[in-house]
Design a protein. Structure first.
Length: 216
C-alpha cells in the first residue's frame, strides 16, 4: 500500500463521525465532572438537623453530588419538625455524605431553661429529650466518619452536651466558636443581647442570619 494511502486511511479513522462524537461527549463529561467537583468540594453546605435538613438534602442533591461534598455545617437545636423523641437518623444519607468529608462542624444548642407555658416539661425532662435525640445522630456519625475528617464542635461550653459528644465521638474533635452560626444561636458577640442587634426587627431564627465556618 502506498504510504500516502495509509496516512489517509488513518486520518479517516480518526475523523470517524461516531468516534468524534464520543470524544466530544467524554471531554464534556470530564469538564462537567470537574466543575461539579469544585462546586461541591470547595463550598460549605449547611443542614439543620432539627428542621427538614435530611429531607432537603435527599430531595435537592443527587447521590453523586452528595458524595462530592467535603465541608458540612450542622446545626442542632431543641425545636423544629425533626426534633422528636426516638427519631432515627437517615442512615443511608449519612453513609453517603460523611466518609468523604474533610471537615464536619456541629453547632449544638442544649435547652437552658424550662418552657414558660402551662404544663411545660421541666428542664430535666427537656434535657433528657435533647440528649436522647442528639445521641442517635452522634452515634450514627461515629459509624460513618472517616478518621481523616476534622470534626469541630461549638456547644457553647455546655457541660452535658460536650460530655455526650466526648462519649460518642472518641476519635477526637476540637472545640470552636463558630462566629456566625454559633454566635447567632448562642447570642454571642455581635448577636449578644447587649450588642443592640435585637433592639429592632431582626432575624427571628437561624435561617435568617447567614453562616460561615470562621471561628476564633
Amino acid at each position: 500500500m502506498d504510504p500516502e494511502d495509509d496516512a489517509i486511511n488513518n486520518i479517516g479513522n480518526y475523523w470517524n463521525p461516531n468516534k468524534n462524537k464520543n470524544s466530544i461527549f467524554l471531554v464534556s463529561k470530564q469538564i462537567s465532572d470537574e466543575a461539579l467537583d469544585v462546586l461541591y468540594g470547595e463550598n460549605v453546605f449547611m443542614m439543620h438537623l432539627h428542621g427538614e435538613g435530611e429531607i432537603y438534602f435527599k430531595k435537592n442533591f443527587s447521590e453523586a453530588n452528595i458524595q462530592r461534598m467535603r465541608y458540612l455545617l450542622l446545626t442542632a437545636e431543641p425545636r423544629g419538625v425533626s426534633y422528636t423523641p426516638g427519631r432515627m437518623p437517615d442512615n443511608a444519607l449519612w453513609c453517603s455524605v460523611l466518609p468523604q468529608l474533610k471537615m464536619l462542624r456541629i453547632v449544638a444548642e442544649q435547652p437552658l431553661e424550662a418552657g414558660h407555658y402551662y404544663n411545660a416539661p421541666t428542664l430535666e425532662q427537656d434535657m433528657d429529650c435533647w440528649l436522647n435525640w442528639i445521641r442517635l445522630f452522634l452515634q450514627c456519625f461515629r459509624r460513618h466518619l472517616s478518621k481523616h475528617t476534622t470534626v469541630e464542635i461549638d456547644g457553647d461550653g455546655r457541660v452535658e452536651t460536650m460530655a455526650l459528644i466526648k462519649e460518642c465521638l472518641p476519635g477526637g474533635y476540637r472545640e470552636v466558636q463558630c462566629q456566625l452560626a454559633g454566635d447567632f444561636i448562642f447570642r454571642r458577640s455581635r448577636f449578644s443581647w447587649e450588642s443592640g442587634y435585637w433592639d429592632d426587627d431582626g432575624p427571628m431564627d437561624s435561617h435568617d442570619a447567614g453562616y460561615d465556618l470562621d471561628s476564633d
